[in-house]
Design a binder for this molecule. Structure first.
Ligand code: ADP
Ligand code: ASP
Ligand code: MG
Length: 410
């Protein structure tokens, strides 16, 4: 009997009516002869609401207690979904992360899954039940509840699909698949029928949060086939699979944008060895992930060092930068929260020259200044002013996707 893991995001279970709709979809999969494991997110807005409650009490909530609070959103959703299934004659059982158990490391609020014990799920499936697992949560070695970072239900689903050797992992969401750009911003965005793990990983890490990045890493590592599709419209979505030669025929697969970063600049640093090391070691020691780094050309023995971090870490990063600045005799620290990172992504860049030049030209034509650039084999990212983000995404989409013919290799 085929085994399918179906994950439903927050909007898909956002109201009681929608939960009933999900139950019907699950029933259909059961009636088609599948064993079904469902992963559910919290009802739309619930995780934000719970986080808000913790912040009303504490500006930097204790991470263990924060996880205790925010993990409850998923518990409500899985219980309601199990009830909805029973109402329509399908036997179902809901399980929290610790009931499965899904074992994680101890990094509260951003835990990683280490191991999944599949015995309980398998025996429930053998009894003919649909098993509904709470997304986004696990249990650590102390027996405490942990959460997997925002959007973490995707990772729960893919990890379960890998552990259970499921035939497919279906990610049901509020769009009909992965698009060439965020369809909320680019009206002409197109659905991508098939995308490689590598491209999806880049897009997810560059702001296309339709899938959590860790879930795609997991899928690539264990070869889990993912089908991203809509909860509301019944049509084929996007398959995320191994790369194939066909995929290099276009240089750019998609345009991503990220508004959740801040830029911090240490101004007028003495230009001598060891200073960057000191700054970035201090940030790393405090668990702050740095994204882009630019060191400006030195003037009369001084240089500026800029870097970007996630906005949630910006206060702390600024504090650390100020301490280091004082220690090394820099003239000060500046911070800009109104920046955007815009990226073009595509496997085809490996074999097609000229993408960077074209990207910079499109931005120049729109009068958009570039603060920083970073590249990898399959992406180019530019840091720009936040107010131009949508304009940049639309202009790049037009240049690279709408006006692009398929490039024939050879
Ligand atoms: P869920 O709650 O189902 O997990 P998310 O909000 O996490 O849903 O992800 C779906 C959203 O991702 C869409 O509503 C869309 O606005 C956004 N998104 C951003 N970039 C893309 C993209 N390239 N393709 C599809 N959706 C995208
Ligand atoms: N409910 C969690 C969040 O909002 C996890 C998820 O939806 O994937 O981030
Ligand atoms: Mg999501």
């Amino acid at each position: 009997m085929p085994l399918v893991v179906q994950k439903f995001g927050g909007t898909s279970v956002g109201t009681v009516e929608r939960i009933k709709n999900v139950a019907k979809k699950v029933k259909k999969a059961v009636e088609e002869g599948n064993k079904v494991v469902v992963v559910s997110s919290a009802m739309a807005g619930e995780t934000d609401r719970l986080l808000g409650l913790t912040r009303e009490i504490s500006s930097r909530p204790d991470p263990r207690e924060q996880d205790m609070v925010v993990s409850t959103g998923e518990q409500v959703a899985i219980g309601l979904l199990a009830l909805a299934l029973k109402e329509i004659g399908i036997d179902a059982v809901s399980l929290t992360g610790w009931q499965v158990p899904i074992y994680t490391d101890t990094a509260y609020t951003k835990a990683r899954i280490k191991r999944i014990d599949t015995h309980r799920i398998m025996s429930e499936l053998e009894r003919g039940k649909v098993v509904i697992v709470a997304g986004f949560q696990g249990v650590n070695d102390y027996g405490d509840i942990t959460t997997l970072g925002r959007g973490g239900s995707d990772t729960t689903a893919v990890a379960l699909a890998a552990a259970l050797k499921a035939d497919v992992c279906e990610i049901y969401t509020d769009v009909t698949g992965v698009f060439t750009a965020d369809p909320r911003i680019v009206e002409n965005a197109r659905k991508i029928p098939v995308i490689s793990y590598e491209e999806m990983m880049e897009m997810a890490s560059l702001g296309s949060k339709v899938m959590q990045i860790r879930s795609v890493e997991f899928a690539a590592k264990y070869g889990v086939k993912i089908h991203v599709k809509s909860s509301f419209i019944d049509e084929d979505g996007t398959w995320i699979v191994e790369e194939n030669e066909e995929m290099e025929r276009v240089a750019v697969r998609g345009i991503s944008h990220e508004l959740k970063e801040s830029k911090i600049t240490v101004v007028k640093v003495p230009d001598k060895p060891g200073i960057a090391a000191k700054l970035f070691k201090a940030l790393g020691d405090n668990n702050i992930v740095v994204d882009m780094i630019v060191q400006n050309v030195s003037h009369e023995g001084y240089t500026d060092i800029s870097f970007t971090v996630n906005k949630v870490d910006a206060d702390f990063a600024e504090e650390i930068a100020r301490e280091v600045a004082q220690e090394v005799g820099a003239s000060g620290v500046e911070r800009n929260d109104r920046i955007a990172k815009i990226s073009v992504v595509g496997l085809g860049m490996k074999t097609h020259a000229g993408t960077a030049g074209k990207m910079f030209e499109v931005l120049y034509r729109e009068g958009i200044n570039i603060y920083a650039i970073s590249t990898s084999e399959i992406k180019i990212s530019c840091l720009i002013d936040e107010k131009y983000a949508e304009l940049a995404v639309r202009a790049l989409h037009e240049a690279f996707i709408e006006n692009q013919e398929t490039i024939v290799v050879d």
